[in-house]
Ligand binder design. Structure first.
Ligand code: PLP
Ligand code: COI
Length: 337
């Protein structure tokens, strides 16, 4: 058993027993293999290094109340990874290969799945990168599909304690017809500068408005934006430049199941001051409530002490399904044998 203090886990990389890898070469995918080393060898001219040909995903596996390990909606990540792959001209991952890779890497690292009751989970990170060499800008002729795992706790310290967000003038994450709707590594590089400024100012999370008009809410650098209106509606932005979040999609279903109306539409920045509750949602951040949003000299304030009641109900609904405490009525969980 690895020597891990499960209750102290944050969202940090740590090596595990192994990862899985398959290579695409000569027009076809090779077999998956388990690799103990946590390093890879590639051409110094690999397209992932020079031209950002890198797609990634994030999903989680949970040690459930009954002791079994279950993976949350892996097919959704498989579809999204292939949407990213198509856009940046990488070969798609055959659905069975994706699922087999996720199962195989979890199975080989079972000792690293945080125990039930610690609030931790196993973060699964699929990665598809161009490893063949090019010096002109063009897609590679060789790719590696890697799935690694990391035991994780909360992304932002304090789990479900509100964090403060900032909107920074002069920084965009995604262009109107750019790559915000897919999960390419470059989107995160594009956000590092703003996120560094925000952190230095004491804001752990950056909220982005749409890059064109700066009137509408897009999403956070790490996650989607959700709000609860004073009328008790679940509201979330409709935008071409945001990542279609699997957590958001799941929460919308859970909200509907609870009789909470769900609205997806453009959300003007001036509207959100009136929202009763605001949060970030995503695999890594789960539901992270937002206490304040600062934009220039405007400060929007929500509950700064605790998660609002509707978001808490949704949080409990989602994590209850993930940890096997609530029936999985939509068949979202895939059990590990
Ligand atoms: N938006 C961005 C920019 C993200 O990086 C993520 C995380 O993957 C999300 C939203 C949430 O997506 P999901 O719920 O599928 O993890
Ligand atoms: C995830 O939620 O899985 C992500 O990839 C977001 C990232 C900021 C860790």
């Amino acid at each position: 058993m690895p020597n891990i203090d499960w209750n102290k886990l944050g969202f940090e990389y740590s090596p595990t027993a192994c990862h899985v890898r398959a290579t695409f070469k000569d027009g076809k995918w090779g077999r998956l293999s388990l690799k103990k080393a946590s390093t890879i060898n590639m051409s110094i001219a690999a397209t992932c290094l020079h031209y950002g040909q890198a797609c990634f995903e994030g999903l989680k596996a949970f040690k459930c109340k009954d002791g079994k390990v279950r993976i949350f909606r892996p097919e959704e990540n498989m579809k999204r990874m292939n949407d990213t792959a198509k856009y940046i001209l990488c070969p798609e991952i055959p659905p069975d290969l994706f699922i087999e890779a996720v199962r195989k890497v979890i199975s080989a690292n079972m000792d690293y799945v945080p125990p039930y009751g610690t609030g931790g989970s196993m973060y699964v990170r699929p990665l598809l990168i161009g490893t063949g060499p090019r010096i002109g800008v063009a897609p590679a002729d060789q790719y590696d599909f890697i799935v690694l795992v990391v035991p994780v706790g909360a992304y932002y310290k304090g789990k479900i304690k509100p964090v403060d967000a900032i909107i920074l003038n002069g920084y965009d994450r995604a262009a109107p017809n750019g790559t915000g709707h897919i999960k390419v590594a470059g989107n995160y590089a594009a956000g590092l500068h703003a996120s560094n400024i925000a952190k230095k100012m004491g804001f752990p999370i950056v909220l982005y408005l749409d890059s064109q008009s700066k009137q509408y809410v897009d999403e956070f650098g790490t996650s989607n934006f959700i709000g609860i209106t004073k009328d008790g509606e679940y509201i979330t932005p409709d935008s071409k430049s945001i990542l279609p979040s699997i957590t958001n999609k799941s929460l919308q279903q859970i909200a509907k199941d609870m009789g909470i109306p769900v609205v997806r539409r453009q959300i003007a920045f001036r509207e959100i001051a009136k929202f009763a509750e605001v949060a970030a949602c995503g695999t890594a951040v789960v539901i992270t409530p937002i206490g304040r949003i600062v934009f220039g000299n405007k400060i929007l304030e929500y509950d700064q002490e605790k998660c609002g009641p509707t978001l808490k109900k949704l949080y409990d609904g989602l994590t209850g399904i993930q940890y096997g405490e609530i029936p999985d009525r939509h068949n979202w969980l895939m059990e590990m044998k």
